[in-house]
Write a protein that binds this ligand. Structure first.
Ligand SMILES: NC(=O)c1ccc[n+]([C@@H]2O[C@H](COP(=O)([O-])OP(=O)(O)OC[C@H]3O[C@@H](n4cnc5c(N)ncnc54)[C@H](O)[C@@H]3O)[C@@H](O)[C@H]2O)c1
Length: 321
């Protein structure tokens, strides 16, 4: 199979690249390296089945041919992270709307299957626990919701292309995916807390830390995406991708501090000060994953202690490939 992976130098994308390369598929990565890193995938350089194109998806001259010549498109390229979106508003909108629409149109034109990475932010500030794929979306005025709105445009676009042009697509809404190669610079909580703890710096917790989240190990996600990629009969579906193992941010911080034997203190920062006055954090964000588990793959998300251990190991000694 020949797979085109946009955003393949990023955190999740690079693990997908590894999985396809491991079974001798051909992989082409397009990435502008805005938040991803060439180091995440440079262990494949020299392999004839691997090709990297350093380009933005909004102006990649070869995009037509690349979409025409592949069997499957996995579209991850996106501005990500609340901090990054708030600091790069224009660029984020353009990547997430214009870039996605372009890829999706080409997928439809060349009759290629596409897997689109969407987000739990789709549900907005809904406090429903165990969010189902058909639950309401509730957004507020803060610019933070632009990410949710852009991903929703992508989802609607796929729906329209599916209905009118028969596009084969699936949508994966990720809930806090974590693991090696994720960076803490753009607002991702777990790598930020791990790095602060390892450096014995103050560990920054937004608001009072009682927010409830779930954390899913990236290789568990890769397993599910590979299954969707390999099963043509899965079509025009939306899946929550995550786990139902909940933890509060303050508990997470305590676990990380204990695991790293850190002397860090905790500093509580109002999220409105970190971002903007209109910023709203979400108290509870937990997926219902019945649709995902109904796929019939053995899915046992890794527990949080092992996840923390793996991420700490990664930051202590970057993985040797
Ligand atoms: N990690 C999570 O918890 C999570 C949660 C929800 C959704 N997602 C989605 O999963 C996907 C991958 O996220 P990630 O966590 O691996 O983040 P990431 O930042 O590591 O990956 C995104 C990649 O896309 C690249 N990119 C961004 N804009 C681009 C553009 N215009 N042209 C080409 N490349 C571009 C970046 O350089 C990066 O390599 C994204 O679509 C994101 O919205 C991730």
């Amino acid at each position: 199979m020949k797979v085109l992976i946009t955003g393949g130098a990023g955190f999740i994308g690079s693990h997908l690249v590894d999985a396809f390369m491991a079974r001798n598929d051909q992989v082409i990565v397009i990435d502008n390296l805005s938040t991803g890193s060439r180091q995440n995938i440079n262990h494949h350089d020299g392999n004839a089945s691997f090709h990297f194109i350093w380009s933005d998806i909004t102006n990649c001259p070869d995009l037509h041919e690349l979409c025409r010549d592949c069997d499957l498109i996995i579209h991850l390229a996106s501005s990500v992270g609340v901090k990054y979106i708030m600091e790069n508003p224009l660029n984020s909108l353009e990547s997430n709307v214009l870039g996605s629409i372009q890829i999706m149109k080409l997928a439809a034109a060349y009759k290629k299957r596409i897997i689109f990475f969407s987000t739990s932010e789709i549900y907005g500030k809904s406090n429903a626990t165990h969010l189902r794929e058909d639950d309401d979306r509730i957004l507020g005025p803060s610019f933070r919701w632009s990410y949710s709105a852009c991903k929703a445009v992508g989802e609607y676009y796929l729906y329209a292309l599916g209905k009118e042009e028969g596009l084969h697509y699936n949508i994966c809404r990720c809930f806090n995916i974590v693991g090696p190669r994720q960076v803490g610079n753009y607002g991702m909580v777990l790598p930020r807390l791990v790095q602060q703890a390892l450096n014995n710096e103050a560990m920054t917790i937004y608001d009072d830390g009682t927010q409830i989240r779930t954390f899913t190990y990236v290789l568990d996600v890769v397993k599910m995406i590979m299954h969707i990629a390999d099963h043509q009969e899965i079509n025009q579906q939306t899946f929550n991708i995550g786990s139902e193992n909940v933890i509060s941010i303050i508990e997470l911080a305590h676990k990380i501090k204990a695991h790293t034997n850190s002397s860090s203190s905790f500093v509580f920062l109002p999220s409105k000060e970190v971002y903007d006055e209109a910023f709203e954090d979400i108290q509870v964000r937990v997926p219902n994953i019945d649709k995902l588990t109904a796929l019939g793959v053995l899915y046992e998300p890794m527990d949080i202690d092992r996840i923390i251990a793996n991420v700490v190991d990664y930051y202590k000694t970057p993985i040797v490939h």
